[in-house]
Design a protein around this ligand. Structure first.
Ligand code: ITT
Length: 204
């Protein structure tokens, strides 16, 4: 049974697939993609909103996971945080959001400052709802370096490194990223849910 990922973000789909291999499928490969209003006040609540929306469409036999994530810059009053995807306005592209963060650093006269990524991963299935978190700390800089990764990666230097995630190989990010840490936590829950489903079927 494949796990359905409730996201339209290509960067996330790529990283989920690198982590799980062919055990996952994007929801847009099964049903017509649709708009989900992310009006929660935390990463966890928005991840749950997305996972529930797809689970409701697919039915009780499915196992759905969603990711809500973003970058937080303490020196900029903790912006953009849960608004990372719409920092430059609703419907803004990754590039526009990245440039907006660079321009906010410029306005504050900051060349380099601590920042961190958060990922909340929600799992929704017949057996219940689960949410886990992962974080990655480092610095943001006031320029774009490299073109690897996605989103804010070309301006983010992870702790212990000299280069941005846009310059470092994807394997480096996948080793310790916020998303990978959260996915490592959700993996045993997925296994438990799958095993419970098999057991329930045998008892029927
Ligand atoms: P879905 O809701 O369809 O999953 P989204 O792009 O709208 O896609 P979010 O609401 O979770 O996803 O917003 C996350 C934003 O935070 C995303 O647009 C990126 O700009 C940024 N982001 C999250 N994780 C990132 C990462 O690993 N690398 C770079 N930027 C990241």
């Amino acid at each position: 049974m494949k796990i359905v990922i409730a996201t339209s973000n290509k960067g996330k789909i790529k990283e989920f697939s690198e982590f799980f291999g062919n055990k996952v499928i994007a929801y847009s490969d099964i049903i017509e993609p649709f708009e989900i209003e992310e009006d929660g006040d935390s990463f966890a609540s928005n991840a749950l909103i997305k996972a529930r929306a797809i689970y409701d469409k697919l039915g009780s036999n499915s196992i759905v996971i969603a990711d809500d994530s973003g970058i937080t810059v303490p020196a900029l009053n903790n912006e953009p945080n849960i608004f990372s995807a719409r920092y430059a306005g609703v419907g803004a592209s990754d590039k526009e959001n990245l440039k907006k963060l660079i321009s906010e650093l410029g306005k504050a006269n900051i060349k380099k400052t601590p920042a961190y990524y958060t990922a909340a991963i929600a799992l929704v299935c017949e057996q219940g709802e689960f949410v886990v978190h992962g974080w990655m700390h480092g610095d943001v800089i006031d320029e774009i370096k490299g073109d690897g990764g996605f989103g804010y990666d070309p301006m983010f230097i992870p702790e212990g490194h000299e280069q941005t995630l846009g310059e470092l190989p994807k394997e480096t990010k996948n080793d310790f990223s916020h998303r990978t840490k959260a996915l490592r936590l959700i993996t045993p829950i997925i296994e438990m849910v799958k095993a419970t489903k098999v057991k329930d079927k045998m008892l029927k």
